[in-house]
Design a protein around this ligand. Structure first.
Ligand code: RIB
Ligand code: CA
Length: 309
């Protein structure tokens, strides 16, 4: 039986490939896509999600979520993903719109109707999932797993301490990590092991189908920002790690540990403080990905995307 998931995203180039990989994976039943502000504003991330789903031939419903963080001001990543959030390939405007149901209500309703069977996959700001927990705390023990892209055990990518998704809304991330929910975290320490090198992009392009060609174009655009800002040869393919874990977990090595989110004012605001050596002897509240078989990861992506339209 396929695993029920809700993908909560802010497309975004790597979110786009996460959507593609999800649609291409019969192991997963995508109940819906919920969108959030993050890389760009909510209107753009929602349009982008609809465009990518249409490209993949998917009619999965899209639900609009938060346009702002819970407390702090909104930040965004136009200089990485471009003004639209999906610069690079020209994609037709979507022929359908988002649902009228709000993302938070869809998340709450889906979990209550499918107790212990829904995995939430936030790969942007964490505001939607945190708000759902606050509005209906009953869902917390009923969520099968929260598999998120965010944070990291080492440095940040938006400040020296904080990773972008967490920094978008550290208070939301704090709610999730302190909720008692079953959390699995894919942070920069592992996603930066998964740089889309030229050979990986070429293998995706070699699929030859429309979706693979668009994915390769997205990665070509994405890599410019990574080279300019970090000097990397290839862009870190963050978000699809969440989906690859769900369909081929043996690509990753995970360790259980205590993770807290720094919500104090100061230079480490938004940092995920990961107690790798358990020096504080606090209870484990997350499983943290520490290693990835990068070639196996990109091989999976190339093979799966080639099965799409
Ligand atoms: O820091 C990487 C994360 O921020 C990814 O999810 C990317 O899409 C951006 O949202
Ligand atoms: Ca994202």
């Amino acid at each position: 039986m396929s695993r029920k998931i809700i993908l909560d995203c802010d497309p975004g180039h790597d979110d786009a490939l996460a959507i593609m990989l999800t649609v291409a994976s019969p192991e997963l039943e995508l109940l819906g896509v919920t969108t959030t502000y993050g890389n760009v504003g909510l209107d753009d991330t929602t349009r982008n999600a609809l465009q990518i789903l249409e490209l993949c031939g998917s009619h999965v419903p899209v639900y609009r979520g938060a346009s702002l963080p819970l407390v702090r001001d909104r930040i965004s990543a136009e200089f990485v993903h471009g003004k639209s959030g999906l610069e690079g390939p020209a994609l037709p405007l979507p022929s359908r719109g988002a649902e009228t149901t709000r993302a938070v209500d869809f998340i709450i309703q889906s979990v209550l109707e499918n107790p212990h069977e829904v995995t939430l996959c936030p790969i942007g700001a964490m505001t939607n999932v945190a708000t759902a927990m606050r509005l209906e705390p009953k869902i917390i023990p009923l969520i099968q797993e929260i598999v998120l892209m965010g944070g990291g055990t080492e440095l940040g990518n938006w400040t020296p301490a904080a990773e972008f998704n967490i920094l978008c809304d550290p208070h939301a991330a704090h709610i999730i990590f302190s909720s008692g929910a079953n959390v699995t975290m894919f942070g920069l320490n592992v996603t930066h092991q998964a740089l889309a090198m030229p050979q990986h992009i070429a293998a995706i392009r070699a699929g030859g189908n429309r979706t693979s060609l668009i994915a390769a174009e997205l990665l070509e655009f994405f890599k410019v920002a990574y080279h300019q800002r970090y000097g990397y040869e290839g862009p870190a393919l963050h978000d699809p790690c969440v989906i690859a874990y769900l369909i081929q977990p043996d690509l990753f090595k995970l360790e259980g540990m205590n993770v807290t989110v720094d919500i104090s004012d100061g230079p480490s605001f938004g940092r995920t403080v990961c107690d790798i050596y358990n020096v504080l002897n606090l209870p484990e509240n997350a499983r943290v990905a520490m290693k990835v078989d990068a070639d196996g990861y990109f091989d999976l992506i190339a093979k799966r995307l080639a099965t799409l339209p």
